[in-house]
Design a binder for this molecule. Structure first.
Ligand SMILES: NC(=O)c1ccc[n+]([C@@H]2O[C@H](COP(=O)([O-])OP(=O)(O)OC[C@H]3O[C@@H](n4cnc5c(N)ncnc54)[C@H](OP(=O)(O)O)[C@@H]3O)[C@@H](O)[C@H]2O)c1
Length: 293
């Protein structure tokens, strides 16, 4: 049976408030929704934490930073662009916890960024990996043991549906193939990162937040947006604040290597094991795509 939110909240508070050194926390996508709620929750549980949020919305950041304790910060960046991610990462001097919660919900077809990556894949996958890669040296030297959380969809990936001949989906893009690639590649890339001996003190968690009442649905076409809002109005979905506690619980509960967690932060056990060649191929493709930009 999964724990109630108040139990999980108390456990998060106990763990975060008793860390020997206050954590340096970076929340990408921390200006809204789940990322915002996670940044505020961590700062509440550990007021001495240094919490930095990253996003584009400066007005939202102005409202959030005062809730992050004395050491809250905002870095403005368009994280669909690899060049902006590199610049943002250079502004960070220490990181123990990295939360990757940037994203969009759209039914649009392939939408190239100025760097010719699909916008959604850049946000949900390539840019997240680049953040990890850029911040790995800092995560490795974390005295608490670095923690990386991917907030995406840990039970959507399907290794048998990866299009190995068009991994960036430049010629075969669809909304569902983009979702399958972003989630399956995340499943595989955390295995790659965890397998590197230099990363032995870092844990990598891929989480599914569930249906969360955030502004994510605001850019959907009218009918889908109204449908989503109606579901929220009748009580379907959970608040970003409750979700944040489950996500923090899942992240803190990953004690070694990599793990997939569900919307309660509990381990998902029915994942299909990956072939080592798949992990290698995804890593080769990803590093080539991000280093070319
Ligand atoms: N909510 C759900 O039910 C649900 C379900 C499954 C998965 N998820 C996943 O969970 C993640 C968080 O979702 P959410 O519900 O919290 O969404 P949200 O409230 O819309 O927040 C999305 C965040 O992503 C940032 N972002 C988007 N595009 C960006 C860009 N180009 N540059 C910089 N930041 C950008 C936004 O910041 P700015 O606006 O400041 O740029 C915002 O902070 C997403 O990846 C989503 O796919 C959510």
């Amino acid at each position: 049976m999964c724990a109630a939110v108040h139990t999980v909240t108390a456990s998060n508070a106990r763990i975060l408030s008793s860390l020997k050194s206050p954590p340096n926390v970076v929340v990408v996508g921390g200006t809204s929704g789940i990322g915002r709620a996670m940044a505020i929750s961590i700062a509440k549980h550990c007021p001495a934490a240094n919490v930095t949020i990253i996003g584009r919305n400066e007005a939202a950041a102005k409202e959030i930073v005062p809730q992050l304790g004395a050491n809250g910060e905002f870095i403005r960046a368009d994280v669909s662009l690899m060049t902006e991610i590199r610049t943002a990462a250079q502004k960070i001097n220490a990181v123990d916890i990295l939360v990757l919660s940037q994203g969009i919900l759209t039914m649009a077809g392939r939408t190239p960024t100025a760097e010719n990556l699909d916008n959604k894949l850049a946000l949900h996958y390539y840019g997240r990996v680049l953040f990890v890669q850029e911040l790995l040296p800092l995560l490795r030297s974390s005295p608490n043991g670095g923690k990386v959380l991917f907030v995406l969809h840990s039970n959507r990936g399907n290794l048998s549906k990866i299009n190995w001949n068009d991994m960036a989906l430049e010629n075969s893009y669809s909304v569902s193939s983009a979702a399958i690639h972003a989630t399956s590649f995340t499943d595989l890339v955390i295995q790659h990162f965890a397998s590197q001996p230099e990363n032995v003190n870092i844990t990598f968690t891929h989480a599914y937040p569930g249906f969360v009442k955030t502004p994510l649905v605001d850019n959907l076409p009218f009918a889908a947006r109204v449908g989503a809002k109606l579901l929220m109005a009748v009580g379907i979905g959970i608040s970003p604040e409750d979700c944040a506690e489950y996500m923090v619980h899942g992240m803190l509960g990953t004690e070694k290597g990599y793990r997939y967690v569900d919307n309660k932060g509990e381990t998902i056990t029915n994942k299909t094991p990956a072939e080592p060649e798949m992990i290698e191929k995804v890593w080769e493709h990803t590093s080539q795509m991000i280093s070319a930009r």
